[in-house]
Design a binder for this molecule. Structure first.
Ligand code: ASP
Length: 579
């Protein structure tokens, strides 16, 4: 067995006060510099780097000559002060260096396939290469910082929850279908051929059952699995901080989450959130910001067009005409045009117009109405105005999403400026594309008690006791007060089109549990990946996950998803079906 000197100090730890002591460092050769007859190596570990000096008289000089970057070494030596001209104030360990006494090579490294310590070259390295060699990509200081930050955030959240009387409970990943509106990942059962487990889309039903069991306050950092089509920033598995509480109202849950978030931001980022987060109802959010996840770091409210504008655009009486305006803030009209063309979502039945007025002649996407738009909207120099006509929700949504993106693009919102808020009072139901009644959150969400009489006659106007947590234009959490009454739960299932047989087949255990003493309860799930990404200013959650899948939902490193051995397929009786 290889024995080697074990570290006495971390590479980021040594200071002037250590001068004279003998130390052992374990780590990677970060860089090698040879100046005349002296060689300098920087040895690196998770905490930083330390300079190790080897003169040509050193018995290890020859071995040192063979070192390559990223080789793993154990180094023993004596700490000495650097000569004043060689002090490096940029390095925490820049006042000292270690004179080599013993060097053990623990594992040699070949030249790396990706330039991890050259930030400029890394920018041109494909994501496939980064993910294929993720263990090298994770050596980059930026990735290390991201994952250390994530771990710290989790620690702060856990401590805070523990101190508030929450109990951490693990719930199954192999379950029966758990409804969050997405497709389940299915796991074939070998013992029950033809039957499948579903990987949990969320612990929703289990956490409700824990409330019925009497746990009162539960949390879990739960992995959730959803088999959805690839989209820019979607991952098939992600982590939620899942929370549930008993004997609470919506206010109580929101207060706890506010306290938790305030503590988390203050302890990790040293940023103070307000005691009470601002709130908007769903309809207020749509009216002012177009969407239910607004970036409120800048105003630029969406406004309704006046009669004159409606006439100019020949809007039918049942259509909305809405207007979004920004200042160019130094951007060229052509750049803005390109940005709008790329960002603005197109939907059937929605018409978009824009006019961008820089110093030259206006740039627009419709010359026929350009002058009339300029006049009726009084578009000034240095302004960009986007007008959309169509269904109110679609128009608002398109302009709202554009507003969030344009605000960032034009520099109205800084990455390290945080605006968190609640959106409340969502409708309980919405109509799917095929006109079918569906839950806006999930079927276990309670309606506002006053609205229960409306369930039969006017279901689309029933408001839910739900709430979303929004940070800088991203939804980072969502939850609700749940139904704790069997009759009401059955009624909601029925309204969603389930027969008695179907609802008992799928959710019989829940309906039964509701008859054995179910306290009023509610909770929330906070998307950890998204929260960390927004806190650190990233657009993509892949930057804050250790081993994410790529945009196609596969893993270039391990090759997942892969083909299992035939024998295994035979065992689960799969071969018959698929080959
Ligand atoms: N289960 C919900 C979700 O995953 C969150 C909740 O209602 O607590 O979105």
């Amino acid at each position: 067995m290889l024995t080697f000197p074990k570290r006495t100090h971390w590479c980021g730890e040594l200071r002037r006060e250590h001068v004279g002591s003998e130390v052992v460092l374990n780590g990677w050769v970060h860089s090698i510099r040879r100046i005349g007859k002296i060689t300098f190596i920087l040895v690196r570990d998770r905490t930083g780097v330390t300079q190790v000096v080897i003169s040509s008289k050193n018995p290890y000089y020859e071995v040192v000559e063979t070192l390559t970057p990223e080789t793993v070494v154990a180094v023993r030596g004596v700490v000495r002060a650097r000569p004043p001209t060689q002090v490096n104030p940029e390095l925490p360990t820049g006042e000292i260096e270690v004179e080599l006494r013993e060097l053990v090579i623990l594992s040699r490294a070949k030249p790396l396939p990706i330039p991890i310590f050259d930030p400029e070259l890394m920018k041109t390295t494909s994501e496939t290469m980064r993910l294929k060699y993720r263990y090298l990509d994770l050596r980059r200081p930026e990735m290390l910082r991201n994952l250390l930050f994530r771990a710290e955030l989790v620690r702060v959240l856990k401590n805070s929850l523990d101190s508030r009387g929450f109990v951490e409970v693990e719930t199954p990943y192999l379950a029966r279908s758990t409804p969050e509106g997405a497709r389940d990942f299915l796991v074939p059962s070998r013992l029950f051929p033809g039957k499948f487990y579903a990987l949990t889309q969320s612990p929703q039903l289990f956490k409700q059952l824990l409330m019925i069991a009497g746990f009162e306050r539960y949390y879990q950092f739960a992995r959730c699995f959803r088999d959805e089509d690839p989209r820019a920033d979607r991952q098939p598995e992600f982590t939620q901080l899942d929370i549930e509480m008993s004997f609470v109202t919506r206010e109580d849950v929101m207060r706890v989450v506010e306290d938790l978030m305030r503590e988390a931001f203050s302890k990790t980022l040293k940023k103070e959130l307000p005691d009470l987060l601002p709130r908007l109802t769903y309809s207020e959010a749509l009216e002012k910001y177009g969407i239910d996840k607004p970036d409120i770091r800048f105003e630029n409210y969406i406004e309704d067009g006046d009669e004159n504008l409606r006439t100019v655009l020949k809007a039918e009486p049942n259509k909305a005409v809405r207007v979004l305006r920004f200042e160019l803030r130094g951007k060229k009209p052509e750049e803005i045009k390109e940005f709008i063309e790329e960002t603005l979502t197109r939907e059937d039945g929605v018409r978009h117009y824009y006019v961008i007025r820089g110093t030259g002649s206006p740039v627009s996407n419709n010359e026929a109405v350009e002058q009339e738009l300029m006049r009726s909207l009084d578009i000034g120099l240095g302004e960009v105005v986007v007008v959309s006509v169509g269904d109110y929700v679609k128009v608002s949504g398109a302009l709202g999403a554009l507003r969030n993106s344009l605000g960032k693009y034009l520099g109205l919102a800084r990455k390290d400026d945080y605006a968190m808020l609640w959106i409340t009072d969502f409708p309980l139901f919405e109509l799917s594309v095929d006109g079918v009644l569906t839950s806006m959150h999930h079927p276990f969400t309670a309606p506002r008690p006053d609205d229960i009489p409306k369930l039969d006659k006017d279901p689309l106007n029933v408001i839910a006791l739900s709430y979303d947590l929004v940070l800088n234009g991203y939804e980072v959490g969502g939850g609700s007060i749940r139904i704790n009454n069997k009759e009401l739960q059955e009624k909601i299932f029925r309204m969603l089109g389930l027969t008695t047989e179907e609802m008992y087949d799928r959710y019989g255990f829940l309906l039964e549990a509701l008859e054995y003493g179910a306290p009023p309860h509610g909770g929330i799930a906070i998307g950890l990946d998204r929260l960390v990404a927004v806190m650190l200013g990233y657009e993509s959650i892949r930057e804050v996950m250790a081993f994410p899948k790529n945009k196609e939902m596969m893993d270039p490193m391990t090759g997942a998803p892969g083909k299992p051995p035939e024998e295994h397929l035979r065992e689960i009786k799969w071969l018959k079906i698929s080959i």
